[in-house]
Ligand binder design. Sequence first.
Ligand SMILES: NC(=O)CCC(=O)C(=O)O
Length: 263
Amino acid sequence: MKYAVYQTEIVPASPEVNRKNVSTWVTEIVQQNKPDTIVLPEMWNTGYALTELDSAADLNSQPTKSFLQDLAKTYSINIIGGSISNKKGGKIYNSSLVFNRNGELVYQYDKIHLVPMLDEHLYLAGGQKKVQVFELDDVKMGLIICYDLRFPELARMIALEGAQVLHIVAEWPSARKDHWRALQIARAIENQFFVVSGNTVGSCNGTEYAGESMVIDPWGTIVAAGSSKNAETITASIDLSIVPKIRKEVPVFSSRVPEMYDF
Ligand SMILES: NC(=O)CCC(=O)C(=O)O
């Protein structure tokens, strides 16, 4: 499966501008690279412009849902739609949408863990539905959003449901960039799946973002990575046949002793 990741700078509280940028990037990357699957970053419609979300956020995932649906269908690509600020029932969520090549919505998820260091919990509501696995091109996959990465339980649940790829969509600050790198590699090694992440660069309200979007294989090797400063596209083809081979060589899943774990 061939991936292209959109590592970009988000224009705060400017969803129309950000949609235009995504649309231009998708058109170009499809012509240049013909990816099977593209990955967008976290909160790409508005960024962390928290005090402006009330007017800038989507309403019930629109217009982003129709926008991404059209792109997926037009270019016959799978879209891991990053996440968006999204108003539903009077609350704002950090919501992800995933579309297959036919433009069908195959998965939606609201970020469970809200990040206190960015005041997210003061403006957004946490998701109430557990993570699940979805399929694109017959491959089982999962998705978590940024701060969720610090809670290994989610990645493990996704692995136990049979995922071979974990996507992490993020707006992870430079102040904790060493954690960003180490935790992604750890999730790939401990769950023996591919990790494909999309992070942002640039800054919003004094917070600088760390870039370093990555494709990591199930051995923990970084296959491709973005820089820490530049808006750029990260591309990589992943060979899923190595997943069962690595799981056979280091049989973590058959060595698990769940009855000895208390949570
Ligand atoms: N957008 C985020 O969830 C940032 C997470 C973060 O800053 C951290 O875990 O550190």
